[in-house]
Design a protein around this ligand. Structure first.
Ligand SMILES: NC(=O)c1ccc[n+]([C@@H]2O[C@H](COP(=O)([O-])OP(=O)(O)OC[C@H]3O[C@@H](n4cnc5c(N)ncnc54)[C@H](OP(=O)(O)O)[C@@H]3O)[C@@H](O)[C@H]2O)c1
Length: 296
């Protein structure tokens, strides 16, 4: 069995590779955009780091040669001067799909997000929805896995949470009254390992979220409690944050935008959690928070 992972240096990619090290009969090509990123990847006999460029079909095809399954992780929420939703989320996915078709890849797994839709008003959700359509229309067996905010050691979500929880007071968007379904990155990796090693046919779109809905303000307080402290959560009015971010992101050519603020403050709701279908035992929120705190 051979897998090709794009965006292998992403936080999801690094965690997934640490799970795949144990699968000694699986060969993994870990695709990253620069040799500099090789240092972020776990080293193991079954992992081959490779540079890929999403503008260079031959580099993608070389990385996918002989691969049974491609796990496409590259993607962004926060745009920069050099990377936007059109390039990172849509064009990169189209390039991956084209190369996978040319190489006869049997299965593509794409990490999307709860709320993705090609008709979404929000540009991030729309770009992920368009990317989903590219994957599911490819003619290759595909699995789209929509995920909520991911939490685990080293994730962007964990560093914001720890920053807010260290107290004694913090101010967050809208007072953190939006509801999240945080998913442990180890649970996502377990799902990706299962999916990538199984036979696939047709197209499937699954939503995999954490075990418990929780308001962000309560998640901050729970984290503080596990740290042995208390925190008072105040409000940054969403409209103020949007106004400020509109100005600074225009000046900087990227960063937090009103679009990102809308994503962060959206309630994460799902019709049906795929944990049972995937045979995944979900980690409790406290279990995830303890892992994060132990890694500090
Ligand atoms: N983190 C979450 O809470 C969350 C939630 C839902 C869905 N997801 C999805 O899960 C996947 C991994 O997320 P993550 O948070 O682990 O990512 P991450 O750590 O922020 O890494 C982003 C990855 O995307 C690559 N990338 C950036 N711009 C690109 C471009 N223009 N073309 C191609 N690749 C580009 C980066 O490569 P360089 O290092 O070379 O820039 C890196 O490999 C993404 O698709 C993300 O949308 C994440």
């Amino acid at each position: 069995m051979k897998l090709c992972i794009t965006g292998a240096n992403s936080s999801v990619g690094q965690n997934l590779l640490s799970h795949l090290i144990q699968q000694s009969d699986v060969q993994i090509t870990a695709g990253v955009r620069s040799e500099r990123a090789f240092g972020d990847l776990p080293q193991a006999d079954n992992i081959t780091p490779t540079t890929i460029s999403y503008d260079d079909d031959s580099s993608l095809q070389a990385a996918m040669q002989g691969a049974n399954c491609v796990i496409h992780l590259a993607g962004i929420l926060i745009e920069t001067k050099h990377s936007n939703y059109a390039s990172a989320n849509v064009a990169a996915t189209a390039a991956v799909v084209n190369a996978a078709k040319a190489q006869g890849v049997e299965h593509i797994i794409f990490i999307s997000v709860i709320g993705a839709s090609p008709q979404a008003r929000n540009a991030y959700f729309r770009s992920k929805g368009s990317a989903e359509d590219i994957v599911t229309a490819s003619g290759i067996a595909s699995t789209v896995l929509r995920t909520p905010i991911l939490l685990g050691p080293g994730t962007a979500g964990a560093s914001s949470l720890l920053g807010a929880a260290k107290g004694p007071t913090t101010k967050v968007l809208g007072g953190g009254l939006y509801t999240m379904r945080p998913l442990d990155t180890d649970d996502l990796s377990a799902a990706l390992v299962k999916l990538s090693l199984a036979n696939a046919s047709g197209t499937r779109t699954l939503e995999l979220v954490g075990p418990e809905p929780i308001k962000y303000c309560d998640l901050i307080k729970r984290t503080a409690k596990l740290m042995g402290s208390e925190v008072e959560v105040g409000v940054v009015p969403v409209w103020v944050a949007k106004l400020g971010s509109a100005i600074t992101s225009t000046l900087k050519g990227g960063g937090i935008t009103p679009t990102v603020i809308d994503v962060i403050t959206s309630d994460e709701t799902v019709a049906r959690n795929a944990d049972q279908e995937l045979g995944i035992e979900l980690t409790s929120i406290d279990g995830t928070l303890n892992k994060i705190l132990e890694s500090e």
